[in-house]
Design a protein around this ligand. Structure first.
Ligand code: XMP
Length: 531
């Protein structure tokens, strides 16, 4: 993609590297991450308006310390070093780095010594509260809260630099060589705990690098659509639609670019949520006039699953069978040369290993096999976007909130929520119970606060009494969790009233269930799914 004004982030392995790129894109300036050891030619070709050196776990004195090509300091473009990036700048440009007497992790108070360019406006909030605060800050009476994470510190700054801020433990917590436009920070401006951290990034990107805020979703759609047309020519493209956000947004974007040259295949594997297949078909067909083939392969999947209780075997069966069905259908189409996928940026960032560049790219879901067997080339229009940008893109293209804002749903679907063997009857019971959970969560206005809410069908029966009859029926567990990324999660504190309605409705409306329990486990030590 050719957005003229771009910021390059060189990755030295910090957990926050992706966050730096995201913060810059939030300012409508395009930013990409490359491993620290890319060649200078690749950097020249990328043609950034500025370079940010990320943090990282190494010390510049480590035997295998990651070091970039020194030429980056001769390109005549601004450079901002963050944490390890700062130490690396000091080390490379003639300063001295040493072990800190005291390591600094977490919160620290930054005293600003020069707020004329990079740190402009950083103390702003405080100044508003107590007008003459800046002189006080310089005198050391409290400062701006910043987030530190370092073991080394700058002992002597390189020639041409001057310190622009300090903390109690770091005499040079920020430094600048205004002449060459080199800047460095000991703390992390990209994390939310750093007060006014975004201001620093804005100052760097707009004032120092002279970028303009041109990277908008609208321009992304236009440019990407053109790129897709140029790449695909007159050939046809096939895309697997799962009902998830990424594949749907990718399909809508490609459809916008090439219309009927795209065919989407939606496979009903028999373990989808209630009404799912119909909803996806309706939305994409009616709303976007897309070419969709819906395949009801539920019998095939359910037959294969009928005697299986091991969760990992269930996953494998569903993955493999999906590939088979998809291939059969795709072969019926003419002139297909491309496979579209909703691969996202975090899946394609070349990760940094500290022994050298690993340049490893993760394989994506189940469809890897399709490329080999069918000799297709890839179209991945979202490979430059983060997840939240995909949602913005979807909304920009007019996709309904029902698709854009929906909870994640696992590829193996309800099969890993039917504990033990999956049968059509058990899938039916779970589908009904699950629909009630979601309906009531939405009705109570809780859907968007919750990461995932669903029902699980347990492999035990319990005794109950309905009317005057003794019953011996299934148990449904309700699971609802709050999470930011699915890596950790806490059980949602749903009001008792809502849980009461869910339980009542399931027992009354779903034949074969006489007990409902609520799962109150967090992750870790439990997982979100039961299998
Ligand atoms: P766990 O259960 O590991 O789930 O805490 C974390 C997130 O991953 C989803 N998940 C899956 N998604 N295929 C998928 O596409 C799978 O096999 C799978 N297993 C779990 C889960 O729904 C949750 O969002």
């Amino acid at each position: 993609m050719d957005f003229k004004e771009k910021i390059l982030v060189l990755d030295f392995g910090s957990q926050y590297t992706q966050l730096i790129a995201r913060r810059i894109r939030e300012q409508k300036v395009y930013s990409e991450i490359l491993p620290f050891n890319v060649t200078i030619d690749r950097i020249r070709e990328f043609d950034p308006k500025g370079i940010i050196l990320s943090g990282g776990p190494s010390s510049v004195y480590d035997k295998d310390a990651p070091l970039p090509d020194k030429e980056i300091f001769s390109l005549g473009i601004p450079v901002l070093g963050i944490c390890y990036g700062m130490q690396l700048m000091a080390h490379t440009l003639g300063g001295k780095v040493a072990k800190s007497a005291k390591r600094e992790y977490g919160r620290a108070e930054l005293i600003i010594d020069d707020d004329s360019d990079l740190l402009k406006g950083m103390a702003e909030k405080k100044r508003k509260v107590t007008p003459p605060i800046l002189p006080l800050l310089r005198g050391g009476a409290g400062g701006v809260v910043v987030w530190m994470s370092h073991g080394d510190r700058i002992e002597k700054y390189p020639k041409g630099f001057t310190p622009i801020a300090h903390t109690a433990n770091s005499p040079v917590a920020a430094m600048a060589d205004k002449e060459r436009k080199f800047y460095a920070l000991q703390f992390h401006p990209e994390v939310v705990h750093t007060e006014n951290g975004t201001k620093i990034l804005k100052n760097f990107v707009f004032d120092i690098c002279k970028c303009r805020p041109k990277w908008t979703m609208h321009s992304f759609i236009e440019t990407t659509a053109q790129e897709i047309r140029a790449k695909v020519g007159k050939d046809n493209v096939v895309c697997a639609i799962s009902g998830g956000v990424d594949s749907a947004v990718a399909a809508v974007l490609i459809n916008k670019a090439i219309g009927r040259q795209l065919t989407c295949i939606f496979v009903d594997n028999g373990v989808l949520r209630k009404g799912e297949a119909k909803k996806v078909e309706e939305t994409l067909k009616k709303h976007f006039h897309m070419n969709i083939v819906c395949v009801d392969a539920s019998q095939r999947f359910l037959k294969k699953l009928s005697r299986v209780s091991d969760p990992e075997r269930k996953r494998k069966i569903i993955g493999n069978e999906f590939i088979r069905v998809f291939e059969e259908e795709a072969k019926k189409l003419k002139g297909v040369k491309y496979l579209a996928q909703g691969t996202l940026y975090p899946d394609v960032i070349e990760s940094v290993s500290f022994k050298g560049p690993s340049a490893m790219i993760k394989s994506h879901h189940n469809v890897g096999g399709l490329l080999k067997n069918m000799k297709l080339k890839l179209v991945e229009p979202l490979r430059e976007l983060f997840k939240d940008e995909v949602r913005v893109l979807g909304r920009e293209m007019g996709m309904p909130e029902e698709i854009i804002g929906r909870h994640p749903f696992p590829g193996p679907g309800l099969a890993i929520r039917i504990i033990d063997r999956v049968t059509p009857e058990r899938a039916d019971i779970l589908r009904k119970a699950d629909a009630i959970v979601l309906e009531e969560i939405k009705k109570a206005g809780l859907y968007h606060e919750i990461w995932q809410a669903f029902a699980v069908l347990l492999p035990i029966k319990t005794v109950g009494v309905m009317g005057d009859e003794r019953t011996y029926e299934n148990v449904i567990a309700v699971r609802a969790v709050k999470s930011v990324d699915g890596m950790t999660a806490d059980w949602a504190k749903i009001p008792y009233d809502v849980l009461g309605i869910i339980s009542n409705r399931i027992i009354n409306e779903v034949k074969g269930v006489n007990r409902v329990v609520y799962d109150i486990s967090s992750k870790p030590p439990s997982t979100i799914e039961w299998e």
